[in-house]
Design a binder for this molecule. Structure first.
Ligand code: PMP
Length: 365
């Protein structure tokens, strides 16, 4: 079978390993597996969300409300934007896919930071577009603008806070880049998947969809998968001027969000206390990861997200360490495939983190 030539250059996205795999391969009991690999919310899902899912179970035979009226109303209220400014995807991943399909082809290019969310590149390659990356993983104005002027990309991705590194770009710097690009040539995607954590850490890094709505060439992406604890329900959103949203809608398959996912996201929108609790626990626990790294002489990136990235020197090999942790039931993310001798650890519950520190000590003696 001959497949599209563009597929030759695509490396399949490797998701964080599931608990089931560790149970199967290493014979570890599911309750003993600690999964700190996919930046999920370690405290789970709020009880309001669980109740909403159960209450909607008897609607499973009906297609969902394709207008997503209620979820859009909840998001409109939350962010102070109109419902014509919102598109909802099966995860913000699906909105990224709509953007790519709406703007790219083999004559176009995209620009992103040197190490960032892998799906930007995968979706762009699917469209045959060229990929340009800056030298640094941080979003530096000078590096972005130099590359921008050279390649005039169709899309600029600003991932803040950035995954898998955890650093963030200030609102001031993001606006500087947005204002320097040509609004007729380029869409700037501000991916705020971890924004709740950055906003709580330092207000200079807080960017809201409304901050960007005045720009015709910008879309803000958010997700319910992280701070809201809905990774398994797959709901994300894009917020932009209606001229952008209207075009993206042409890419959307019908009923792309399930009834139960819509109900879960609507309930999550009304449960700010859960998000606040999640962030409070996170802020307490991430300090332990910083202290642990300092104690062991390991460098780390100051994190604005729900994970932390440890940077190893030559004496430590990220792949070897990730494999050794995995065999003992601790799943984290090896960043070797991003060209970094580093691991990314989702900050877990106090108990999960205790296990991480203990097992990390065992495998690195
Ligand atoms: N953007 C970034 C930066 C991410 O890290 C992720 C999830 N790993 C996504 C987007 C997609 O999230 P979701 O599809 O779960 O909304």
């Amino acid at each position: 079978m001959r497949f599209n030539k563009v597929l030759e250059k695509i490396k399949t996205y490797e998701a964080g390993k599931p608990i089931e795999l560790v149970v199967r391969e290493f014979g570890i009991k599911p309750e003993d597996v600690v999964k700190l690999a996919s930046n999920e919310n370690p405290i789970g899902t709020s009880s309001a969300v669980k109740e909403a899912i159960i209450a909607n179970a008897d609607k499973a035979h009906l297609y969902p409300d394709d207008s997503m009226f209620e979820l859009k109303a909840a998001l409109s209220e939350k962010f102070g934007v109109g419902d014509e400014n919102i598109i909802i995807g099966a995860g913000s991943d699906q909105v990224l896919e709509f953007i790519s399909r709406a703007l790219l082809n083999e004559h176009e290019s995209v620009l992103m930071s040197g190490v960032t969310f892998a799906m930007y590149e995968i979706y762009a390659r699917q469209m045959g577009a060229k990929i340009y990356k800056t030298a640094s993983y941080e979003h530096k104005y000078d590096e972005f603008m130099e590359a921008y002027r050279m390649y005039l990309p169709r899309i600029v991705y600003l991932c803040t806070p950035n995954n898998p590194t955890g650093d963030a770009t200030s609102k001031e710097e993001v606006l500087r880049i947005i204002e320097a690009v040509d609004p007729l040539q380029t869409l700037v995607v501000v991916d705020g998947a971890y924004m709740e954590y950055a906003a709580a850490k330092d207000p200079r890094y807080k960017i809201t969809p409304k901050d960007l709505l005045g720009y015709p060439h910008v879309i803000y992406l958010g997700t319910f998968s992280k701070a809201y604890g809905l990774g398994g329900m797959r709901v994300g959103y894009g917020i932009a001027q209606s001229t952008v949203i209207r075009e993206l809608y042409k890419m959307r398959p019908p009923f792309n969000i399930s009834t139960l996912s819509l109900a879960a996201a609507i309930a999550a929108c009304g449960d700010d206390a859960f998000v606040e609790d999640s962030i409070r626990l996170h802020q307490q626990e991430i300090k332990r990861y910083e202290a642990f790294a300092k104690e062991k002489g390991i460098a780390y990136i100051d994190s604005y997200t729900n994970f932390i990235t440890y940077l190893f020197d030559e004496g430590m090999d990220s792949t070897r360490i990730a494999d050794a942790l995995l065999k003992r039931g601790v799943i984290i993310r090896d960043l070797a495939s991003y060209g970094m001798n580093a691991i990314r650890i989702t900050v877990g519950t106090p108990k999960q983190n205790d296990t991480f520190f203990k097992v990390f000590n065992e495998v690195t003696v």
